[in-house]
Design a binder for this molecule. Structure first.
Ligand code: M6R
Length: 608
């Protein structure tokens, strides 16, 4: 969603802020803007569409200074337009604001301000922030921001500058990401690390309800009551290249190819030489595990699909009942969560508001919260009792790929850890899974060599507009993920369903204009899937089959087939999803879609 970048320091701010905004493009946006403090005034330029559109109108070298705040907007209140784009300013022109999130009570404040003569130019909730700060401003920006924020309900990260105090930026957050970067000759605010990684690796992760005052030389952080607080500087050790395309056409295909490494890194160090599992960040004891009678896995989108597979894995290995829920639904139903519940939140970004709110609800009800998160220091991580990090590295493409496979690895590791502590797993079975996991990175590298073949199949079907994904057991969750990948980047109407459920209604849609991608990756369910494939082909639909290398028999029943390396049935989801990601990628490429930034989507969804 919206991206914020601000800089104050010795250097010229415009280039740094624009460069930072470009690195936040992956979050999704429809307009962009920048405010710069120049000669005691705030100059603002903004434009609808891509950042390149904004660059066309800010070329003048005189339009620059040492303090600037910039923004990429993903419309919530009001259409995408230059008028609604951020920054917004107060009527006096002295205050400019950028904002990520939603102010839920903005209408009430707007009416009140209108009543006192304030004129509004846009339809946005953000302009209300600027106008309210403007009306409260009495020469001290920090004080005015704190007073204004006390009025807001909702989620926000806000950056503010004032023309009368050009030596400072004030920022504040509640339920939307905000970090501070400590540069060599100045300081930054940003929504995410990649925006400032080229300038600095030293950051503060700002907590909810904290306000930050940045000058070129120092950064002061205050808690909700205005008391100064100290934060540890966090050093980011990502390779800068991992946030760049590195020769690939798109981040998505780069990230697909990074999966063997992501899986290796996530396993590595957690799997000890003696086969035991050390879960850093998790302090669940044998006693804690014995106290758990039920597990909820809650997440959104791709992370939710990892949870569906996680249910199969955990129930099979740990033998504790697992419910999987969509985060936006979880908190609006009467879930049976209590102090015997382990609540597992899965989130790549760790900033998804639906997941965060579900987590808080589970905590209120007494659950122990364990999160599986990729972004270090994110909100979900900070609000959990235990955090288990996926080591996928930064995921930039909106379509999640390497985060998903590393989330799956975490499901296996958590299951094995719990089962071995409970003492209810047979040693031979435990070793079989651990040894199988260790082989996955190499098997995946071998599978990735088939990209060109999958690309050829994609060329055959990219024009089709009705594509189904079917499977049984663990393959159901993988089918959901395959369909989501295809629809979000290629805009094809893709649909996933449990293969056995087809005959209860959906099979009515099968005809010779339908492609069905049938996942038959588990030996134990292979014959049943062949029967389902026969039902489908009898209705003249076309079938592409996905099976293990040793199950070549599938070739007799389908038009196209893709084989994954052999592995035990329990581990096939780690391999089977990858051809589906590659298929979606090449279909979208053939269709000329904007693969890394699909329309209407945002990478980090910080609104409900
Ligand atoms: O950051 P999160 O894992 O919490 O994000 C959850 C979903 O928004 C995300 O997986 C989304 O579905 C992706 N676009 C899928 O590719």
């Amino acid at each position: 969603m919206c991206g914020i970048v601000g800089y104050i320091g010795e250097s010229k701010a415009k280039g740094l802020v624009i460069d930072g905004l470009k690195r936040l493009e992956y979050r999704g946006y429809d307009s962009a803007g920048i405010a710069i403090c120049i000669d005691g005034k705030i100059e603002i330029k903004k434009e609808k569409g891509k950042i390149e559109n904004l660059e066309k109108i800010i070329g003048d070298p005189a339009f620059d200074g040492n303090v600037a705040i910039g923004h990429t907007r993903w419309a919530t209140h009001g259409v995408p337009s230059a008028t609604n784009a951020h920054p917004h300013r107060s009527m006096s022109g002295k205050i400019a604001v950028v904002h990520n999130g939603i102010i839920e009570n903005y209408e009430e404040i707007r009416e009140e301000l209108k009543g006192s003569g304030v004129k509004f130019l846009s339809e946005t909730d953000t302009e209300v922030i600027a106008q309210l700060i403007g009306s409260l401003y009495d020469g001290d920006l920090l004080v005015a921001v704190r007073k204004a924020v006390a009025r807001f309900r909702g989620a926000y990260a806000i950056g503010v500058v004032a023309s009368d105090e050009p030596d400072r930026i004030v920022a504040v957050r509640k339920d939307a990401p905000l970090i501070v970067g400590l540069g060599k000759d100045g300081n930054f605010i940003s929504s995410d690390v990649p925006a400032i990684l080229k300038q600095t690796r030293d950051v503060y992760f700002i907590n909810n309800d904290e306000t930050v005052l940045l000058t070129k030389d120092e950064v002061k952080i205050f808690d909700d009551d205005g008391n100064p607080v100290t934060h540890q500087v966090q050093h980011i050790d990502w390779d800068v290249n991992s946030a760049e395309k590195g020769g690939y056409d798109h981040f998505m295909i780069k990230e697909i190819n990074e999966q063997p490494k992501g899986i290796y890194d996530t396993l590595h160090q957690r799997l000890q030489d003696d086969g035991s599992i050390k879960l850093d960040g998790i302090s669940l004891t044998k006693e804690d595990i014995e106290n758990i009678s039920k597990i909820y896995i809650v997440a959104c989108g791709t992370a939710y699909h990892a949870g569906i597979v996680g249910k199969y894995i955990i129930e099979k290995i740990v033998k504790i009942p697992v419910e999987v829920d969509i985060a936006s639904e979880f908190r609006y139903r009467d879930s049976f969560v209590d102090e015997h519940t382990l609540f597992i939140a899965i989130s790549q970004s760790g900033e998804t508001l639906d997941t965060l709110e579900a987590l808080r609800e589970a905590k209120r009800k007494g659950a122990r919260v364990l999160s599986v998160v990729n972004v270090v220091g994110s909100s979900v991580a900070r609000e959990s009792d235990d955090v288990f990090y996926t080591w996928a590295g930064p995921e930039i493409a909106v379509a999640s790929t390497k985060a998903y496979t590393t989330q799956l690895v975490c499901m296996y590791l958590i299951a094995l850890y719990m089962a071995s502590h409970k003492g209810n797993i047979d040693k031979a079975y435990y070793d079989k899974i651990v040894n199988g996991l260790k082989e996955i990175p190499d098997k995946l590298s071998r599978l990735l060599e088939k990209q060109a073949d999958i690309g050829k199949i994609a060329k055959k079907y990219y024009g089709w507009d009705k594509i189904f994904f079917v499977g049984r057991g663990q393959d159901v969750g993988v089918s959901y993920e395959g369909a989501l990948k295809l629809k979000e980047i290629s805009y094809i109407n893709a649909y996933a369903i449990a293969a056995g459920e087809l005959k209860h209604g959906t099979i009515a849609l099968m005809d010779d204009h339908t492609l069905v991608i049938a996942l038959a990756t588990q030996d134990g369910l292979f014959e049943k899937m062949i029967s389902n494939i026969e039902e489908i082909t009898a209705r003249e639909a076309h079938v592409m089959g996905l099976a293990k290398e040793s199950n070549t028999k599938i070739g007799k029943f389908v038009e196209d087939e893709i084989y994954i390396p052999d592995c035990i049935d329990e581990l096939t989801p780690l391999l089977s999803v990858v051809p589906l990601q590659i298929f979606a990628y090449y279909v979208a490429k053939e269709r000329g879609c904007d693969i890394d930034k699909p329309k209407n989507l945002a990478k980090s969804v910080t609104v409900e």
